[in-house]
Design a protein around this ligand. Structure first.
Ligand SMILES: [Zn+2]
Length: 352
């Protein structure tokens, strides 16, 4: 299902670009602005088995995207300014916000110099367990285990199962099926237990992986001192909030803001729901975020911003700039709102 939707979005992007549909639809669909989501920014890896490649773009693509957004006549603004424009209704020129989830170190090395050079405000949503070196990047643990082994054993639904994953095709298939099986487990704890078990069996050091990939508090502090940078909350343990109890969801959100405030001296006003799709954040989470006083909170539901989002500031959609749509010409189509309008069946606000 997810794959099919991606294919539709991709062909939609091509069609809209080549027919110019994104230009003539814009007055009706373009909204007032868009929030862009990024994760890793780094040169492309040579490996063939890269199931998480959709979470990365190259530095060149990032720079091209910034130029395209500005050439399309959009202001690049901070989350505070986005919030001000939506809340007051003084929306001004169309705008875009650039946001990064998770706080990977490649941002500092490959993205920050570009953002600095073009004076682009941007936000980083940090799960506090990552700089605390306790983060479990389970989607990468799964990738590493499958990449390094030709056969793996796993307890699935109480039974010991074995899977062959010697060839590239087997690895891709196995990743796809285990990833979605894990995502479908009833609780976040169930998912974490399977992945901890896999890591132990196949000698993947979860803490080391986190230390290798994620920024330290000192690195975050350096970035946070730049007026271009906004640090946002992204829970403590990067849990899919809809999969835990209301109390725990509240604790994850509140605690992450407190930890960031203690470490960096400023309480974050903005939140990003981990994973952020419909199965990870819904009306309950939107209400808790509002109740905890976050000015805005973002999902990964695809869409652009409309004046109506003023009433749904903790359920904002975003547009993913990712490895699957990594062509500069797509950026203009994406921010036009036409592609996500197709995806959403022309519904403007999706906060249910
Ligand atoms: Zn995340």
């Amino acid at each position: 299902m997810a794959t099919m939707k991606h294919a539709v979005l991709r062909t939609g992007l091509e069609t809209l670009y080549f027919t110019g549909g994104h230009v003539w639809l814009r007055p009706w669909l373009g909204g007032v602005g868009a929030i862009l989501t990024l994760h890793h920014v780094r040169p492309r890896d040579a490996g063939d088995f890269r199931p998480n490649q959709l979470l990365e773009v190259t530095p060149r693509f990032l720079e091209a995207a910034i130029r395209r957004v500005r050439a399309s006549g959009l202001d690049l603004v901070s989350l505070d300014e986005m919030h001000r424009r939506l809340a007051t209704g003084e929306v001004g020129r169309r705008f875009a916000c650039i946001t990064f989830d998770d706080g990977y170190r490649d941002l500092l090395r490959h993205a920050y110099p570009i953002l600095r050079k073009h004076e682009v405000p941007f936000a980083i949503y940090v799960p506090t367990s990552f700089p605390d070196r306790l983060g479990e990047l389970w989607w990468l643990v799964l990738e590493i285990v499958i990449a390094r082994n030709s056969r793996i054993g796993l307890v699935v639904d109480g039974k010991d199962r074995r899977y062959d994953c010697a060839t590239l095709e087997d690895k891709r298939d196995l990743y796809e099926s285990l990833y979605w099986w894990l995502r479908d487990l009833d609780t976040e704890e169930d998912l974490r237990n399977v992945v901890r078990d896999l890591a132990a069996r196949y000698h993947v050091d979860i803490a080391q992986l986190c230390a290798d990939l994620c920024m330290t508090w000192a690195e975050l502090e350096e970035l946070a001192s730049d007026p271009l940078v906004t640090i946002g909350a992204h829970t403590v343990n990067h849990v899919r909030l809809a999969k835990v109890s209301a109390d725990e969801a509240r604790r994850e959100m509140r605690m992450s803001a407190s930890v960031i405030e203690a470490a960096l001296g400023k309480r974050p006003r903005h939140l990003s729901y981990p994973v952020g799709d419909r199965t990870s954040a819904g009306p309950r989470e939107f209400a808790i975020a509002r109740e905890l006083g976050f000015a805005t909170a973002v999902t990964t539901r695809p869409g652009v911003l409309f004046p109506e989002h003023r009433k749904h500031l903790t359920a904002l959609p975003r547009i993913s700039l990712n490895g699957e749509y990594q062509k500069p010409r797509y950026v203009r189509v994406l921010v036009s709102g036409a592609a996500t309008a197709l995806w959403n069946g022309f519904r403007r606000v999706d906060a249910a």
